[in-house]
Design a protein around this ligand. Sequence first.
Ligand SMILES: CC(C)(COP(=O)(O)OP(=O)(O)OC[C@H]1O[C@@H](n2cnc3c(N)ncnc32)[C@H](O)[C@@H]1O)[C@@H](O)C(=O)NCCC(=O)NCCS
Ligand SMILES: Nc1ncnc2c1ncn2[C@@H]1O[C@H](COP(=O)(O)OP(=O)(O)OP(=O)(O)O)[C@@H](O)[C@H]1O
Length: 197
Amino acid sequence: MTFRLGLTGSIGMGKSTTARLFAAEGCAVWDADAAVHRLYAAGGAAVEPMRAVFPDAIMDGAVSRDALKRMIGEDPSVLTLIERIVHPLVAADRMAFSAETETEITVFDIPLLFEKETETQLDAVVCVTVPAEVQRARVLGRGTMTEAQFDAIIAKQMPDAEKRARADYVIVTDTVEHARAQVQSVLRDIRENRLNA
Ligand SMILES: CC(C)(COP(=O)(O)OP(=O)(O)OC[C@H]1O[C@@H](n2cnc3c(N)ncnc32)[C@H](O)[C@@H]1O)[C@@H](O)C(=O)NCCC(=O)NCCS
Ligand SMILES: Nc1ncnc2c1ncn2[C@@H]1O[C@H](COP(=O)(O)OP(=O)(O)OP(=O)(O)O)[C@@H](O)[C@H]1O
C-alpha cells in the first residue's frame, strides 16, 4: 500500500511547484485542481450537472472558468453551489487514483484538504506557506484574478496559521532550492519514522 501524503496550503502558497519537487523525487502525484480541469473539459463529468444550474457558464461544451469567476466576483455564494456539484466528483477521482497507485509514497495536492477534513483519509500532511503579502502578490501577479475574486477565495479558506498548526510538516516556499531541501527532508523523515512504523 502506498503512503498517502497530503499537500495543502492556501491559494498561491506554492502547492503545484512543491508537488513537482515531490514528483522529481519519485513520488506519484494526484492534483485536485487538475482533476477539476478534467471534470470541466468537454465531455467531463461536471459539464452536464453544471449546465443544469449555471447554463451561462457552459461554452463550447465545457465549463468556462472565466464565466465562473465573473459570477463569483458578483456573488461569492455562487462558489458554494459550484462546490456542491464538483467536490463529490473530485473525491471519487481521488479515491480511484488512490486505489490504483503502487508508488511507495503518493502525494495528494489538495487545496481544501483541512476545510473538507480529508486528512482522515491520509497518512500525513504537508502545508506550504509564505507570508500573506507574498501570497497576494504572487496570485495577483498571475493576472488571472481580480482582487475581489482573490478575496472571495481567501474568505472560503482556513487561515494559513491554522493550516500550519494542523499539518505534520511545514514547507516554506520562499525559493525553489529551499523548498527542494525541505521536500527531501520530509521524505527522509517519512522513510525513517513513518513507513513500516
Ligand atoms: C473558482 C475557479 C473558477 C477559479 O479558477 P482558476 O482557473 O482561476 O483557478 P484554479 O482552479 O487554478 O484555483 C486556484 C486556487 O483557488 C483556490 N480555490 C479554488 N476553488 C476554491 C474553493 N471552492 N474554495 C476555496 N478555495 C478555492 C485554491 O487554492 C486553488 O488552488 C475554480 O477554482 C473553481 O471552479 N473552483 C470550484 C471547484 C473547487 O472547489 N476547486 C478546488 C479544489 S477541489
Ligand atoms: N519555492 C518557491 N520559490 C519561489 N517561488 C515559488 C515557490 N513556490 C511557488 N512559487 C511561485 O508562487 C506562485 C504560486 O505557486 P504555485 O502555482 O505552485 O502555487 P499553488 O499553491 O499551487 O497555487 P494555487 O492555489 O493558485 O493553485 C508561482 O508564481 C510560483 O512560481
